[in-house]
Design a protein around this ligand. Structure first.
Ligand SMILES: Cc1cc2nc3c(=O)[nH]c(=O)nc-3n(C[C@H](O)[C@H](O)[C@H](O)COP(=O)(O)O)c2cc1C
Length: 429
């Protein structure tokens, strides 16, 4: 089985990824006041590119400046900032890897810091600590505009040297909201039965393909399920995966969860409708979406990447050898161990180092399984903040701070976020 991770992957568009390890998207928050990429993106991605992964996916780049996932997002909605994007793409490909731009619209998950009134398929508000405004239901013209914007951003990504694009349709952002029956309550052609709820995603994929051409990788990140009552289910995901295969998609990355149910990081709160498999094996506990991937694999021929929890080389090798998936997605460990892919490929280490001791909130104190959604959210934010701070260190050319405490990370992160939001607001005013 040795060497499975080192095999090339030939995508339907003809592009070749030289190994099976992909760094998944992680929002960087490093843009300048004009939402452009900076030298910090270059430093960070150069380090990752030298780290051996066959594929790097950027943090989500926004298609519309009015609606951000967080302050510090890069925005690509016109021809501003091309020079900076080119420099980012050059730095992120020095190692000969692929560098794909993840493109996104947050929909109702745009915080009040960027949009007092976000857009959504229906006016169903995200109710977490008052952070999100009541959304406006999108009209036909808004939907057409979103499709056009995804296509434009993808075309510009190609023009500026990125070697592929990934459309973000997971984690409760706009395209994922359209897929969810509990958030999308429309009664027109964009809501109701699955084929209507999936219409926007499929229209975006078609428009992006048209914009970038047949020989350029187009990927989608999709939830295996939302893990919420009345949300997008695994059965629906397998059907969408099959349609995406028919649409000529190059890679489907499987994740899961939303801001309300943070399954993407492995926190399926006890209050969730998610039921872990009865005989949960060690491998399932590690790579928590692997079971779901098996069902999707059966339904679709589209090449699969699975992300969430993969840490041990043996499990990665085994999943590839058994043809359960095509690419292993890794995110959090890459914030601390930038050369992890190469060390896994060289069989230098058996598993990604774990920093659990730095994340004492996990499963203790009020814990991620608190029935109070706001507490759960803050708790997971603490963990995520720890990784954000490591990203900043790398982007500033420093070494990660493995001893950083979680509360200190959260405090510093919140301070940086508000500063970035205010600076952006002042500059745009
Ligand atoms: C700091 C941080 C930022 C993230 N940003 C994004 C993002 O911009 N887009 C996305 O699709 N997923 C994002 N994710 C989710 C990861 O891509 C990945 O799905 C998740 O961390 C699980 O993989 P892991 O167990 O290897 O970390 C983010 C995760 C973290 C920790």
């Amino acid at each position: 089985m040795a060497g499975e991770l080192e095999r090339d992957l030939v995508l339907p568009c003809g592009a070749v990824i030289t190994n099976r390890i992909g760094k998944s998207a992680m929002t960087e928050g490093l843009a300048d006041k004009l939402d452009r990429a900076t030298v910090r993106h270059q430093r960070l991605y150069r380090r990752w590119s030298e780290g051996g992964a066959g594929l790097l996916v950027t943090g989500n780049v926004m298609i519309d400046r009015r609606y951000l996932e967080r302050p510090g997002n890069v925005v690509l909605e016109d021809r501003e900032g091309f020079e900076q994007l080119r420099a980012w793409a050059r730095a992120g490909t020095v190692g000969g890897n692929h560098l794909w731009m993840q493109i996104n619209h947050p929909g109702r998950q745009a915080t009040r810091m960027s949009a007092l009134q976000p857009l959504a398929p229906s006016p169903v508000q995200l109710d977490i600590l008052g952070l999100f405004g009541k959304p406006r239901a999108m009209q036909e013209a808004d939907i057409e505009d979103v499709i056009r914007r995804f296509a434009f951003t993808a075309k510009c990504a190609r023009e500026t040297g990125f070697t592929g694009v990934q459309i973000h349709a997971a984690h409760g952002y706009l395209l994922s909201q359209f897929l969810s029956p509990s958030i999308n309550r429309r009664e027109d052609a964009w809501g109701g039965p699955l084929e209507n709820r999936a219409r926007l995603l499929l229209a975006v994929v078609a428009a992006v393909r048209e914009a970038v051409g047949r020989d350029f990788p187009v990927a989608v990140k999709l939830n295996s399920a939302d893990f919420q009552k009345g949300g997008f289910t695994l059965e629906e995901c397998t059907q969408v995966a099959s349609w995406l295969g028919d649409a000529g998609l190059d890679l489907l990355e499987i994740s899961g969860g939303t801001y309300e149910q943070l399954a993407l990081l492995g926190h399926h709160g006890e209050e969730s409708s998610y039921e872990p498999p009865k005989r949960e094996s060690t491998r399932r506990r590690e790579a928590y979406f692997l079971d779901y991937a098996t069902a999707i694999r059966e339904a679709s021929t589209v090449p699969l990447m699975v992300t969430g929890g993969f840490r041990s080389r043996a499990l990665m090798e085994q999943a590839i050898a058994r043809n359960e998936l095509d690419m292993i997605g890794i995110a959090r460990p890459m914030c601390v161990d930038v050369d992890l892919p190469q060390r896994l490929l060289d069989a230098d280490i058996d598993a990604a180092p774990s920093y659990e001791e730095n994340l004492p909130l996990k499963g203790r104190w009020f814990g991620p399984t608190s029935p109070l959604q706001g507490v759960q959210f803050l708790n997971v934010q603490g963990e995520v903040a720890w990784f954000y701070r490591q990203l900043l260190k790398l982007a500033d050319g420093l070494e990660p701070d493995r001893r950083l405490g979680i509360l200190s990370a959260l405090g510093r992160h919140l301070a940086t976020e508000s500063k970035t939001a205010w600076a952006r607001r002042a500059r745009r005013a």
